[in-house]
Structures are given as C-alpha cells and as structure tokens.
Design a protein around this ligand. Structure first.
Ligand SMILES: [Mg+2]
Length: 228
C-alpha cells in the first residue's frame, strides 16, 4: 500500500469555474438577481423560491445543459496536479450530488486522466438525506492536505487538524483572518509553490536545494530516504 500522504481536492471553483456560469444561466431562466455572494447558500430566498427543494431541482436543470458538460478546468490545474501526483496520492472530495456522479467521473477522466485515485461525493444538496460532512470524509480517508474554496469547509478541516489551502480569491471566501494551518492560494501556480515549500522543508536534512535537482531526482531521493 502507498505510504504517500493524501491531498483531497474539491472540484467546483477549484478544478473548474462553475458558480458564475450557473448563476448567469439561473438568473436568465428564473428572473433572479443572484451574485457571487450567493455561493454556498444556507437560505434559498435569493434563488426566487422559499423552498430549498425547488431551488435544488432548478439547479439540477443546469447540469443537463451543454454549457455545463463543456466546462473546462482552470488553466494550469492539470500540469500542477501532475507535479503534486509525484509526491502525494490525489483524491477528489466534492459536495456534488449522486445525480452528477457519472458526468463528474467522466469529466475528471477526460481532463485529468488517471491523476486522481478516487472520487468521493458528499452530496451537500441531496434531496434524500444522504448528505455527509466533508471533514468526516477527509478523516476517514486519512487526508493530510485539503484544497477547497469554501471558508466553512476549510475552517472545519483546519479545526480537525488538516492542513488546508483556501483556493481562490472569491467574493464568497473573503476573511480577515485565517486559521494558522490555512493558506490562501489564488490559483494553481500558488498551490504548486505552497507544496514546493513543504517538500523543500523535508529536504533540509539532506542538504539538497530544490532547484538543483529535477522532480524525478527529488522523488528518487525522497524514496531512498524513506520520506515518500
Ligand atoms: Mg467548491
């Protein structure tokens, strides 16, 4: 069994932009005025209904659109994740619902091939009561690092002792202060820098400076030293 540490990665707004496309479509269809501040809602009011079930079913209609099917990953995500995949086991943990399992699995394999070892659905807006907490899933899977754009998820993971990356600089994830084991990375290049710093710190004892060796040599060295 692999002894690599595990990084859990969210999908929406982390691997791909989603919310702005969704609300643009939703506002046009249902005459609402949703903005970026309405992401991660706890109240359906702004979604043009008092009934959460109605709002969720409306959102489900978006998942049938070609626009959603054709969503592209963020630039650099694939390349930087390939780099991270040399050092860590990568998994996906998404709040998406059961009805999106097939489309999501297909999208991940189309854009990220075999990079992720598994995909876990926490079904945050499930209508049949199957919702799970992300942090509970992260703990079960022994996750060491978590990358997500939701402040609430990141706060909970950090409180559970999981090193976390708050991804993006979005209207919905602004904060004056972040927990000490949380780092904001605005894009995938910053995520890559964050992990390169962590990996370099592991090399202090071996006197190897990161830029002097290739990724492959670094992996070999870490393996020889029992660090991977
Ligand atoms: Mg997200």
């Amino acid at each position: 069994m692999s002894k690599k540490q595990v990084i859990a990665v969210d999908i929406d707004e982390v691997l791909m932009p989603h919310f702005v496309d969704l609300i643009t479509w939703y506002n046009a269809k249902f005459g609402t005025t949703l903005t970026e501040y309405d992401n991660h809602p706890t109240d359906p009011g702004n979604w043009g209904t008092d009934d959460v079930t109605v709002a969720i079913k409306r959102v489900h209609q978006f998942y049938d659109t070609q626009e959603f099917m054709d969503s592209k990953p963020f630039k650099e995500a694939r390349k930087e994740l390939e780099f991270l995949g040399s050092y860590y086991d990568l998994i996906v943990v998404t709040a998406r619902d059961t009805i999106l399992e097939a489309a999501t699995t297909d999208w991940i394999s189309r854009h990220f091939k075999e990079l992720f070892q598994s995909i876990h659905f926490t079904k945050h807006f499930n209508l049949e009561g199957q919702r799970r907490d992300k942090v509970e899933v992260l703990r079960e899977l022994n996750v060491s690092y978590f990358i997500d754009d939701s402040l609430a998820n990141i706060d909970l993971a950090a409180a559970a002792g999981i090193q976390s990356v708050l991804f993006g600089d979005y209207a919905w994830n602004q904060a004056d202060v972040l927990p000490k084991n949380v780092t904001r990375c605005k894009n995938w290049l910053e995520v890559s820098d964050y992990f390169e710093d962590i990996l370099s710190a592991r090399l202090v004892d071996s006197q190897i400076k990161r830029p002097t060796i290739s990724h492959e040599e670094l992996v070999a060295k870490l393996k020889r030293d029992g660090l991977l």
